[in-house]
Design a protein around this ligand. Structure first.
Ligand code: NAD
Length: 417
Protein backbone atom coordinates (compact mmCIF):
# COMPACT_ATOMS: atom_id res chain seq x y z
CA UNK A 1 0.00 0.00 0.00
CA UNK A 2 1.36 3.40 -1.00
CA UNK A 3 2.03 5.84 1.81
CA UNK A 4 0.69 9.12 0.57
CA UNK A 5 3.28 11.80 1.03
CA UNK A 6 0.65 14.40 1.86
CA UNK A 7 -1.02 14.61 5.25
CA UNK A 8 -4.83 14.22 5.51
CA UNK A 9 -5.29 17.97 6.01
CA UNK A 10 -3.08 18.75 3.00
CA UNK A 11 -5.26 16.38 0.95
CA UNK A 12 -8.43 18.02 2.30
CA UNK A 13 -7.08 21.45 1.31
CA UNK A 14 -6.05 20.19 -2.16
CA UNK A 15 -9.58 18.83 -2.69
CA UNK A 16 -11.06 22.14 -1.51
CA UNK A 17 -8.80 24.23 -3.78
CA UNK A 18 -9.59 22.07 -6.82
CA UNK A 19 -13.34 22.59 -6.37
CA UNK A 20 -13.11 26.22 -5.23
CA UNK A 21 -11.39 27.04 -8.54
CA UNK A 22 -14.79 26.41 -10.20
CA UNK A 23 -16.51 28.97 -7.95
CA UNK A 24 -16.39 32.72 -7.94
CA UNK A 25 -15.64 32.98 -4.22
CA UNK A 26 -14.52 36.20 -2.57
CA UNK A 27 -10.89 35.78 -1.50
CA UNK A 28 -11.72 36.35 2.18
CA UNK A 29 -14.47 33.70 2.23
CA UNK A 30 -12.21 31.23 0.45
CA UNK A 31 -9.43 31.78 2.96
CA UNK A 32 -11.88 31.44 5.86
CA UNK A 33 -13.13 28.07 4.55
CA UNK A 34 -9.57 26.76 4.24
CA UNK A 35 -9.12 27.15 8.01
CA UNK A 36 -10.66 25.41 10.99
CA UNK A 37 -12.58 27.80 13.24
CA UNK A 38 -11.39 26.44 16.61
CA UNK A 39 -8.96 23.78 17.77
CA UNK A 40 -8.93 22.57 21.36
CA UNK A 41 -6.01 20.46 22.61
CA UNK A 42 -6.39 18.82 26.01
CA UNK A 43 -3.93 16.87 28.15
CA UNK A 44 -5.70 15.07 30.94
CA UNK A 45 -5.06 12.45 33.65
CA UNK A 46 -6.70 9.03 33.77
CA UNK A 47 -6.61 6.63 36.71
CA UNK A 48 -5.44 3.23 35.44
CA UNK A 49 -6.34 -0.14 36.97
CA UNK A 50 -2.87 -0.59 38.50
CA UNK A 51 -3.30 2.61 40.52
CA UNK A 52 -1.06 4.74 38.29
CA UNK A 53 -2.12 7.96 36.60
CA UNK A 54 -1.46 8.40 32.87
CA UNK A 55 -1.70 11.60 30.88
CA UNK A 56 -3.55 11.40 27.56
CA UNK A 57 -3.84 13.96 24.76
CA UNK A 58 -7.12 14.69 23.03
CA UNK A 59 -8.46 17.09 20.42
CA UNK A 60 -11.76 18.65 19.40
CA UNK A 61 -11.76 20.74 16.25
CA UNK A 62 -14.59 22.79 14.77
CA UNK A 63 -14.09 23.55 11.10
CA UNK A 64 -17.30 25.52 10.56
CA UNK A 65 -20.41 26.46 12.53
CA UNK A 66 -21.95 28.69 9.87
CA UNK A 67 -24.82 26.39 8.85
CA UNK A 68 -25.60 25.13 12.34
CA UNK A 69 -24.04 23.41 15.37
CA UNK A 70 -20.89 21.49 14.57
CA UNK A 71 -21.19 17.73 14.16
CA UNK A 72 -18.59 14.99 13.98
CA UNK A 73 -17.33 11.82 15.53
CA UNK A 74 -14.70 11.02 18.14
CA UNK A 75 -11.85 8.69 17.21
CA UNK A 76 -9.79 6.71 19.74
CA UNK A 77 -6.58 5.59 18.03
CA UNK A 78 -2.80 5.60 18.73
CA UNK A 79 -2.16 7.48 15.44
CA UNK A 80 -4.66 10.34 15.98
CA UNK A 81 -3.06 13.72 15.17
CA UNK A 82 -4.31 17.29 15.14
CA UNK A 83 -3.73 17.33 11.37
CA UNK A 84 -5.97 14.29 10.84
CA UNK A 85 -8.69 15.69 13.12
CA UNK A 86 -8.65 18.97 11.17
CA UNK A 87 -9.11 17.13 7.86
CA UNK A 88 -11.94 15.02 9.25
CA UNK A 89 -13.63 18.15 10.67
CA UNK A 90 -13.45 19.86 7.27
CA UNK A 91 -14.86 16.78 5.51
CA UNK A 92 -17.78 16.84 7.98
CA UNK A 93 -18.60 20.43 6.97
CA UNK A 94 -18.83 19.42 3.30
CA UNK A 95 -20.70 16.20 4.07
CA UNK A 96 -23.43 17.98 6.06
CA UNK A 97 -23.72 20.65 3.36
CA UNK A 98 -23.91 18.10 0.50
CA UNK A 99 -26.93 16.39 2.07
CA UNK A 100 -28.38 19.73 3.18
CA UNK A 101 -28.61 19.08 6.91
CA UNK A 102 -28.20 22.10 9.21
CA UNK A 103 -24.83 21.27 10.78
CA UNK A 104 -21.28 22.51 10.54
CA UNK A 105 -18.26 20.22 10.73
CA UNK A 106 -16.26 18.98 13.73
CA UNK A 107 -14.17 16.02 14.77
CA UNK A 108 -12.49 14.80 17.93
CA UNK A 109 -9.90 12.28 18.90
CA UNK A 110 -7.85 10.89 21.74
CA UNK A 111 -4.37 9.42 21.25
CA UNK A 112 -4.81 6.02 22.88
CA UNK A 113 -5.01 2.33 22.09
CA UNK A 114 -8.40 1.17 23.37
CA UNK A 115 -7.49 -2.46 22.58
CA UNK A 116 -4.83 -2.25 25.34
CA UNK A 117 -7.20 -0.72 27.92
CA UNK A 118 -9.70 -2.29 30.30
CA UNK A 119 -13.39 -1.34 30.21
CA UNK A 120 -12.89 0.65 33.42
CA UNK A 121 -9.89 2.57 32.03
CA UNK A 122 -11.80 3.31 28.83
CA UNK A 123 -14.73 4.65 30.85
CA UNK A 124 -12.41 6.86 32.95
CA UNK A 125 -10.73 8.17 29.80
CA UNK A 126 -14.04 8.85 28.05
CA UNK A 127 -15.64 10.64 30.99
CA UNK A 128 -12.59 12.82 31.61
CA UNK A 129 -12.19 13.66 27.90
CA UNK A 130 -15.93 14.51 27.74
CA UNK A 131 -15.48 16.83 30.72
CA UNK A 132 -12.43 18.49 29.12
CA UNK A 133 -14.25 19.18 25.83
CA UNK A 134 -17.52 20.16 27.56
CA UNK A 135 -16.51 23.80 27.08
CA UNK A 136 -17.26 23.24 23.38
CA UNK A 137 -19.88 20.49 23.49
CA UNK A 138 -23.65 21.06 23.84
CA UNK A 139 -26.89 20.13 22.05
CA UNK A 140 -26.96 23.63 20.54
CA UNK A 141 -23.23 23.99 19.87
CA UNK A 142 -21.34 20.80 19.11
CA UNK A 143 -22.67 17.25 18.98
CA UNK A 144 -20.17 14.33 18.92
CA UNK A 145 -20.83 10.85 17.52
CA UNK A 146 -18.93 7.55 17.18
CA UNK A 147 -15.98 7.10 14.84
CA UNK A 148 -13.12 4.59 14.64
CA UNK A 149 -12.93 2.60 17.93
CA UNK A 150 -15.80 4.44 19.61
CA UNK A 151 -19.30 3.01 19.82
CA UNK A 152 -22.79 3.45 21.37
CA UNK A 153 -21.45 2.42 24.82
CA UNK A 154 -18.90 5.26 24.72
CA UNK A 155 -21.58 7.70 23.53
CA UNK A 156 -23.69 6.65 26.53
CA UNK A 157 -20.80 7.57 28.90
CA UNK A 158 -20.41 10.95 27.18
CA UNK A 159 -24.15 11.64 27.41
CA UNK A 160 -24.22 10.57 31.06
CA UNK A 161 -21.14 12.64 32.00
CA UNK A 162 -22.54 15.77 30.36
CA UNK A 163 -25.97 15.15 31.95
CA UNK A 164 -24.42 14.70 35.44
CA UNK A 165 -22.78 18.13 35.14
CA UNK A 166 -26.07 19.68 34.01
CA UNK A 167 -28.21 17.92 36.59
CA UNK A 168 -30.70 16.61 34.02
CA UNK A 169 -30.64 14.21 31.07
CA UNK A 170 -29.44 15.78 27.85
CA UNK A 171 -29.79 13.11 25.15
CA UNK A 172 -29.27 15.53 22.22
CA UNK A 173 -25.63 16.21 23.22
CA UNK A 174 -24.37 13.12 21.34
CA UNK A 175 -25.69 10.84 18.61
CA UNK A 176 -25.05 7.18 17.95
CA UNK A 177 -26.34 6.39 21.48
CA UNK A 178 -28.02 3.12 22.41
CA UNK A 179 -31.75 3.18 21.54
CA UNK A 180 -32.60 2.65 25.26
CA UNK A 181 -31.34 6.16 26.13
CA UNK A 182 -32.56 8.12 23.14
CA UNK A 183 -30.65 6.64 20.21
CA UNK A 184 -32.43 6.45 16.88
CA UNK A 185 -33.82 3.35 15.25
CA UNK A 186 -31.93 2.72 12.03
CA UNK A 187 -28.76 4.55 13.12
CA UNK A 188 -26.53 1.46 13.24
CA UNK A 189 -27.41 0.57 9.63
CA UNK A 190 -27.64 4.14 8.33
CA UNK A 191 -24.19 4.55 6.77
CA UNK A 192 -24.32 1.20 4.97
CA UNK A 193 -27.90 1.94 3.87
CA UNK A 194 -26.79 5.26 2.41
CA UNK A 195 -23.99 3.45 0.56
CA UNK A 196 -26.61 1.07 -0.86
CA UNK A 197 -28.90 3.93 -2.01
CA UNK A 198 -26.10 5.85 -3.72
CA UNK A 199 -24.64 2.68 -5.32
CA UNK A 200 -28.07 1.94 -6.74
CA UNK A 201 -28.25 5.42 -8.27
CA UNK A 202 -24.70 5.15 -9.65
CA UNK A 203 -25.50 1.82 -11.34
CA UNK A 204 -28.51 3.47 -13.02
CA UNK A 205 -26.21 6.19 -14.40
CA UNK A 206 -23.81 3.58 -15.77
CA UNK A 207 -26.68 1.48 -17.20
CA UNK A 208 -25.66 -1.57 -15.13
CA UNK A 209 -28.60 -3.66 -13.85
CA UNK A 210 -28.68 -3.84 -10.03
CA UNK A 211 -29.86 -7.42 -10.24
CA UNK A 212 -26.75 -9.57 -10.62
CA UNK A 213 -24.25 -6.69 -10.31
CA UNK A 214 -21.02 -8.03 -8.79
CA UNK A 215 -19.70 -6.28 -5.67
CA UNK A 216 -16.40 -6.36 -3.73
CA UNK A 217 -16.30 -4.81 -0.24
CA UNK A 218 -13.05 -3.89 1.52
CA UNK A 219 -13.54 -3.62 5.30
CA UNK A 220 -16.34 -5.87 6.53
CA UNK A 221 -17.21 -3.74 9.57
CA UNK A 222 -20.12 -1.54 10.57
CA UNK A 223 -20.34 0.20 7.20
CA UNK A 224 -19.07 -2.54 4.88
CA UNK A 225 -21.07 -5.48 6.22
CA UNK A 226 -24.35 -3.53 6.22
CA UNK A 227 -23.72 -2.20 2.70
CA UNK A 228 -22.97 -5.78 1.60
CA UNK A 229 -26.14 -7.38 2.94
CA UNK A 230 -28.40 -4.52 1.83
CA UNK A 231 -26.94 -4.66 -1.72
CA UNK A 232 -27.37 -8.44 -1.65
CA UNK A 233 -31.03 -7.93 -0.66
CA UNK A 234 -31.41 -5.81 -3.82
CA UNK A 235 -30.11 -8.62 -6.02
CA UNK A 236 -26.38 -7.84 -6.17
CA UNK A 237 -23.83 -10.65 -5.99
CA UNK A 238 -21.21 -10.09 -3.26
CA UNK A 239 -18.13 -11.77 -4.75
CA UNK A 240 -15.48 -10.66 -2.22
CA UNK A 241 -15.16 -9.08 1.24
CA UNK A 242 -12.20 -8.43 3.51
CA UNK A 243 -11.06 -7.24 6.92
CA UNK A 244 -7.70 -6.42 8.45
CA UNK A 245 -6.72 -10.14 8.28
CA UNK A 246 -7.32 -10.44 4.51
CA UNK A 247 -10.06 -11.17 2.03
CA UNK A 248 -12.28 -13.98 0.77
CA UNK A 249 -13.55 -14.56 -2.76
CA UNK A 250 -16.27 -16.64 -4.37
CA UNK A 251 -17.29 -15.71 -7.92
CA UNK A 252 -20.67 -17.43 -7.38
CA UNK A 253 -21.48 -14.99 -4.55
CA UNK A 254 -21.31 -14.93 -0.74
CA UNK A 255 -24.18 -14.73 1.74
CA UNK A 256 -23.19 -11.51 3.55
CA UNK A 257 -25.30 -12.23 6.65
CA UNK A 258 -23.77 -15.66 7.03
CA UNK A 259 -20.29 -14.16 6.65
CA UNK A 260 -21.23 -11.73 9.47
CA UNK A 261 -22.20 -14.66 11.67
CA UNK A 262 -18.88 -16.34 10.83
CA UNK A 263 -16.94 -13.16 11.58
CA UNK A 264 -18.72 -12.74 14.93
CA UNK A 265 -17.59 -16.25 15.91
CA UNK A 266 -14.09 -16.18 14.42
CA UNK A 267 -13.27 -12.43 14.58
CA UNK A 268 -12.36 -12.48 10.86
CA UNK A 269 -13.95 -13.32 7.53
CA UNK A 270 -10.84 -15.29 6.55
CA UNK A 271 -11.50 -19.03 6.50
CA UNK A 272 -15.17 -18.72 5.56
CA UNK A 273 -16.05 -22.07 3.94
CA UNK A 274 -16.14 -22.36 0.15
CA UNK A 275 -14.02 -19.28 -0.54
CA UNK A 276 -10.57 -18.55 -1.91
CA UNK A 277 -8.24 -16.26 0.02
CA UNK A 278 -7.12 -12.98 -1.45
CA UNK A 279 -5.22 -9.99 -0.14
CA UNK A 280 -6.73 -6.57 0.44
CA UNK A 281 -4.66 -5.27 -2.48
CA UNK A 282 -5.99 -8.00 -4.79
CA UNK A 283 -9.56 -7.28 -3.73
CA UNK A 284 -9.27 -3.68 -4.93
CA UNK A 285 -8.24 -4.85 -8.40
CA UNK A 286 -10.84 -7.60 -8.71
CA UNK A 287 -13.06 -8.05 -11.78
CA UNK A 288 -16.41 -6.69 -10.52
CA UNK A 289 -19.04 -4.03 -11.23
CA UNK A 290 -18.86 -2.24 -7.87
CA UNK A 291 -15.98 -1.70 -5.46
CA UNK A 292 -16.94 -0.51 -1.97
CA UNK A 293 -13.91 0.56 0.14
CA UNK A 294 -15.08 0.65 3.75
CA UNK A 295 -11.84 0.45 5.77
CA UNK A 296 -9.00 2.93 5.58
CA UNK A 297 -7.76 6.15 4.03
CA UNK A 298 -5.48 6.26 0.94
CA UNK A 299 -6.03 2.72 -0.37
CA UNK A 300 -6.82 3.72 -3.97
CA UNK A 301 -3.69 5.44 -5.23
CA UNK A 302 -1.91 6.44 -8.44
CA UNK A 303 -0.26 3.01 -8.27
CA UNK A 304 -3.33 0.77 -8.33
CA UNK A 305 -5.93 3.11 -9.95
CA UNK A 306 -4.83 2.10 -13.51
CA UNK A 307 -5.55 -1.55 -12.64
CA UNK A 308 -8.95 -1.16 -10.98
CA UNK A 309 -11.61 -2.99 -12.97
CA UNK A 310 -14.80 -1.97 -11.13
CA UNK A 311 -17.03 0.43 -13.06
CA UNK A 312 -18.45 2.05 -9.93
CA UNK A 313 -16.64 2.87 -6.67
CA UNK A 314 -18.80 3.79 -3.66
CA UNK A 315 -16.67 5.23 -0.85
CA UNK A 316 -18.02 3.90 2.45
CA UNK A 317 -14.74 4.89 4.14
CA UNK A 318 -13.58 8.47 4.59
CA UNK A 319 -10.74 9.44 2.25
CA UNK A 320 -10.01 6.07 0.56
CA UNK A 321 -8.93 7.68 -2.75
CA UNK A 322 -5.96 10.01 -3.21
CA UNK A 323 -6.35 13.12 -5.43
CA UNK A 324 -3.91 11.59 -7.98
CA UNK A 325 -6.03 8.41 -8.17
CA UNK A 326 -9.18 10.53 -8.65
CA UNK A 327 -7.80 11.93 -11.90
CA UNK A 328 -6.87 8.47 -13.23
CA UNK A 329 -10.27 6.98 -12.35
CA UNK A 330 -12.12 9.88 -13.98
CA UNK A 331 -10.07 9.57 -17.19
CA UNK A 332 -10.83 5.84 -17.24
CA UNK A 333 -14.59 6.47 -16.95
CA UNK A 334 -14.90 4.85 -13.52
CA UNK A 335 -17.79 6.41 -11.63
CA UNK A 336 -16.76 7.34 -8.07
CA UNK A 337 -19.43 8.17 -5.48
CA UNK A 338 -17.27 10.26 -3.11
CA UNK A 339 -17.20 9.74 0.65
CA UNK A 340 -18.92 13.07 1.45
CA UNK A 341 -21.94 11.74 -0.44
CA UNK A 342 -21.73 7.92 -0.25
CA UNK A 343 -21.26 7.64 3.52
CA UNK A 344 -23.42 10.63 4.49
CA UNK A 345 -26.26 8.33 5.59
CA UNK A 346 -24.66 8.09 9.03
CA UNK A 347 -24.67 11.79 9.78
CA UNK A 348 -28.13 12.12 8.23
CA UNK A 349 -29.65 9.67 10.70
CA UNK A 350 -27.55 11.29 13.44
CA UNK A 351 -29.40 14.48 12.51
CA UNK A 352 -32.71 12.60 12.88
CA UNK A 353 -31.50 11.32 16.28
CA UNK A 354 -30.62 14.86 17.40
CA UNK A 355 -34.05 16.18 16.31
CA UNK A 356 -35.78 13.31 18.15
CA UNK A 357 -33.66 13.99 21.25
CA UNK A 358 -34.53 17.70 21.27
CA UNK A 359 -38.24 16.96 20.89
CA UNK A 360 -38.41 13.81 23.04
CA UNK A 361 -40.56 12.38 20.25
CA UNK A 362 -39.36 9.28 18.44
CA UNK A 363 -39.99 8.11 14.89
CA UNK A 364 -40.56 4.61 13.52
CA UNK A 365 -37.73 2.83 11.70
CA UNK A 366 -39.80 2.95 8.51
CA UNK A 367 -40.07 6.74 8.77
CA UNK A 368 -36.30 7.03 9.34
CA UNK A 369 -35.42 4.84 6.36
CA UNK A 370 -37.87 6.62 4.04
CA UNK A 371 -36.53 10.06 4.96
CA UNK A 372 -32.95 8.79 4.61
CA UNK A 373 -33.67 7.44 1.13
CA UNK A 374 -35.24 10.72 0.06
CA UNK A 375 -32.24 12.76 1.24
CA UNK A 376 -29.63 10.38 -0.24
CA UNK A 377 -31.31 10.13 -3.66
CA UNK A 378 -31.96 13.87 -3.85
CA UNK A 379 -28.37 14.67 -2.86
CA UNK A 380 -26.99 12.15 -5.37
CA UNK A 381 -29.00 13.80 -8.16
CA UNK A 382 -27.98 17.32 -7.05
CA UNK A 383 -24.31 16.28 -7.28
CA UNK A 384 -24.79 14.37 -10.56
CA UNK A 385 -26.37 17.45 -12.19
CA UNK A 386 -23.35 19.60 -11.28
CA UNK A 387 -20.96 16.87 -12.43
CA UNK A 388 -22.68 16.73 -15.84
CA UNK A 389 -23.06 20.50 -16.25
CA UNK A 390 -19.48 21.30 -15.29
CA UNK A 391 -17.90 18.14 -16.72
CA UNK A 392 -16.16 17.34 -13.44
CA UNK A 393 -15.99 14.18 -11.36
CA UNK A 394 -18.53 13.52 -8.62
CA UNK A 395 -16.10 14.56 -5.84
CA UNK A 396 -15.45 17.98 -7.34
CA UNK A 397 -19.20 18.31 -8.00
CA UNK A 398 -20.04 17.42 -4.37
CA UNK A 399 -17.48 19.95 -3.13
CA UNK A 400 -18.84 22.63 -5.48
CA UNK A 401 -22.33 22.08 -4.05
CA UNK A 402 -21.09 22.02 -0.45
CA UNK A 403 -18.70 24.97 -0.68
CA UNK A 404 -21.37 27.05 -2.42
CA UNK A 405 -23.85 26.32 0.37
CA UNK A 406 -21.38 27.15 3.15
CA UNK A 407 -20.11 30.27 1.34
CA UNK A 408 -23.66 31.52 0.76
CA UNK A 409 -24.55 30.99 4.43
CA UNK A 410 -21.41 32.91 5.41
CA UNK A 411 -22.29 35.81 3.11
CA UNK A 412 -25.88 35.94 4.36
CA UNK A 413 -24.76 35.96 8.00
CA UNK A 414 -21.97 38.45 7.31
CA UNK A 415 -18.59 38.80 8.95
CA UNK A 416 -18.89 39.95 12.56
CA UNK A 417 -18.25 42.68 13.69
P1 NAD B 1 -15.33 -0.72 11.71
O1 NAD B 1 -14.20 -0.73 12.66
O2 NAD B 1 -16.67 -1.25 12.11
O3 NAD B 1 -14.91 -1.55 10.38
C1 NAD B 1 -13.72 -1.38 9.71
C2 NAD B 1 -13.40 -2.67 8.97
O4 NAD B 1 -12.20 -2.48 8.23
C3 NAD B 1 -13.15 -3.87 9.90
O5 NAD B 1 -13.73 -5.02 9.33
C4 NAD B 1 -11.62 -4.00 9.90
O6 NAD B 1 -11.19 -5.32 10.13
C5 NAD B 1 -11.32 -3.55 8.48
N1 NAD B 1 -9.93 -3.14 8.32
C6 NAD B 1 -9.11 -2.53 9.20
N2 NAD B 1 -7.89 -2.39 8.68
C7 NAD B 1 -7.94 -2.93 7.44
C8 NAD B 1 -7.01 -3.09 6.40
N3 NAD B 1 -5.74 -2.72 6.55
N4 NAD B 1 -7.44 -3.65 5.24
C9 NAD B 1 -8.70 -4.05 5.10
N5 NAD B 1 -9.62 -3.95 6.06
C10 NAD B 1 -9.25 -3.38 7.20
O7 NAD B 1 -15.42 0.80 11.18
P2 NAD B 1 -16.64 1.48 10.40
O8 NAD B 1 -17.47 2.25 11.37
O9 NAD B 1 -17.28 0.49 9.49
O10 NAD B 1 -15.84 2.59 9.56
C11 NAD B 1 -15.14 2.25 8.38
C12 NAD B 1 -14.89 3.52 7.58
O11 NAD B 1 -16.12 4.18 7.33
C13 NAD B 1 -13.99 4.57 8.29
O12 NAD B 1 -13.26 5.24 7.28
C14 NAD B 1 -15.01 5.53 8.88
O13 NAD B 1 -14.47 6.83 9.09
C15 NAD B 1 -16.04 5.52 7.78
N6 NAD B 1 -17.37 5.99 8.19
C16 NAD B 1 -18.06 5.33 9.15
C17 NAD B 1 -19.32 5.78 9.50
C18 NAD B 1 -20.16 5.05 10.52
O14 NAD B 1 -21.32 5.43 10.70
N7 NAD B 1 -19.66 4.02 11.14
C19 NAD B 1 -19.87 6.90 8.89
C20 NAD B 1 -19.14 7.55 7.89
C21 NAD B 1 -17.89 7.06 7.55
Amino acid sequence: MEKNSRSPYEIAIAQFDKAAAHLDLKAGIREMLRHCKRELIVHFPVKMDDGSVRIFTGYRVHHSTVRGPSKGGIRFHPDVTLDEVRALAMWMTWKCAVVGIPFGGAKGGVVCDPKQMSENELENLTRRYATEIAILMSPEGDIPAPDVNTNPRIMAWIMDTYSMHRGYSTPAVVTGKPVEIGGSLGRSEATGRGVMFTTREALKVKGIPLDGATVAVQGFGNVGAVAAYLLQDKGCKIVAVSDSQGGIYNPKGLDARDVMRFKAENRTVVGYPGTDRLTNEELLELECDVLVPCALENVITAQNAPRIKARVIAEGANGPTTPEADEILYDRGIFVVPDVLANAGGVTVSYFEWVQGLQFFFWSEREINLQLREIMVRSFNDVLRISEERKVDMRVAAYILAIRRVAEATMIRGIYP
